[in-house]
Design a binder for this molecule. Sequence first.
Ligand code: HEC
Length: 258
Amino acid sequence: MSNDTSETRPANQGKASLEKAAMQDEQVQDIHAQLMREKEEPSEAFTPIPIFLVFVIMVLGFWAGIYLVLYSGEFRSDVFDPKFRAGSGEVAAAPEITLFDRGARIYRNQCAQCHQADGQGVSGVYPPLVGTEWVTGHPEVVARVLINGLSGPIEVKGNTYNGNMPAFGPNGLNLRPNELAGVITYIRQEWGNSASEMTVDMIEEYLDLYSARTTPWQADELREDLGPIPGEGSEPAEEAEDESADEGETDETEAEMA
Ligand code: HEC
């Protein structure tokens, strides 16, 4: 019996320890399960941005682009003047652009495509402006051409042209009086031309006379009924002399042409 017991005891003992071990396993599992529950869920490494945020960023980028285009001042360094004070004298003292300089700009934009930057025109199509008495003669002639345009045959420096010169007066491309005065002054004085300037007052007088006219001039009409040169009487003697010198030139060239 004792044998039995001695036999069974270890067996019992073994069973107990097995059960105990099993219990421990369960506990361990429980604990693990608990740990697993309490730990954060494993997740993907990259969380996508919320889609609305993507939209917000795109809209902001778009707005920033438009803002830059509108308000960058062409990224020029002189656009923003931190010392600017409205109404202060500095602004009034801004450099005044001369008739000639304004005319040079108008010429580049409005005339150079036909008469070319060097004023030589295009052979057979656009007449030259250099050294032609249409340009450097009586200022009323060139004022007429500019205000109303010109069409039909015209002889310039020995060549005959027959095209259409657009009008730049109020019935045409409508340049402002100071722009017309500028561009006429420019072509009368650039490239070695040396005729008198066309002042704004002068061109305004011619605009009064010719704004109503809607047809372009013909070359042979251009020299008819020319009035006195405006403002000549009131000008200082020096300038009057200049004008008469110009007239002399004109007569010479006319004589040459005839
Ligand atoms: C579309 C082309 C064109 C443009 C732009 C143009 N012209 Fe002309 N211009 C002509 C043509 C063509 C003639 C000759 C017209 C004719 O055959 O009757 C002419 C003739 C002239 C004449 C008289 C002839 C001469 O050569 O002296 C003057 C002055 C003149 N243009 C000045 C100007 C000025 C200044 C501008 C700019 C404000 C200008 N033109 C813009 C085509 C043009």
